[in-house]
Design a protein around this ligand. Sequence first.
Ligand code: IPE
Ligand code: IPE
Ligand code: MG
Length: 255
Amino acid sequence: MALFSSSTRQIPSAPAVPEHVAVIMDGNGRWAKKRFMPRVAGHVKGVDAVREMVRHCLDQGVRYLTLFAFSSENWRRPQEEVSLLMQLFVKALEQEVDRLHRNGVRLRVIGDLSRFEPRLQQLIQAAEARTAENTQLDLTIAANYGGRWDIMQAVNRMLAAQPDKHDTWQESDLEPYLTMHYAPEPDLFIRTGGEQRISNFLLWQLAYAELYFTDTLWPDFDQAAFGQAIASYQQRERRFGRTSEQLQSSAPPHA
Ligand code: IPE
Ligand code: IPE
Ligand code: MG
């Protein structure tokens, strides 16, 4: 199992174009409300924005794109909205996978999928299998995902794999069991829709991500808006605990 360097155990590289972008796609409901449309119209428009975002990432050379589509807390929404979101998810899988495959995109869905209808689970499995060899972009959709759920399922699987181990567990023991073990940690985190919170997204993996919040609503998040996020990222000094002087001198860092 290929493991990437951990931001807390080694100093990672800080690529000029983020290698991994993780997004909380928020503001669909407000986008629709502003237009006196039902909330679901915002979600439909949100799928268009996802298609565009995949294209921009392919164009820019972003290697991993992770999108929060449905949180483990979103079941608390009115049943009608939840059911429409599930239908939309099914429709998107039926309609978009061909295009993703043609563009060399590998699709994965992370989260507790057991709560989804069998039809949706089958579509997810088929899409993952069909795109498994693609290497242009790794697209991950987080659905019924929660950062705490992710850590707990990893802890449980780690302990079950070595029931007789009694010495101290390390971060590196847990990491292979986290759902995103196949990707480096996100370089850039984007949340649209104006809220400045993590909402139980990738809690472990965002340890050293650059955080970017924008008021732009997800359906309006276009190439220019993404360009602004990348430009903001490129102005950041990613110190990973070191001083600015250390970064500017050519002296090799400790550890
Ligand atoms: C994000 O948009 C999409 C999902 C959570 C499924 P919202 O539906 O949260 O939109 P707002 O925040 O109500 O505008
Ligand atoms: C977070 O959005 C989850 C997704 C975008 C899927 P929410 O709109 O549900 O977040 P909160 O509840 O307002 O924090
Ligand atoms: Mg919201």
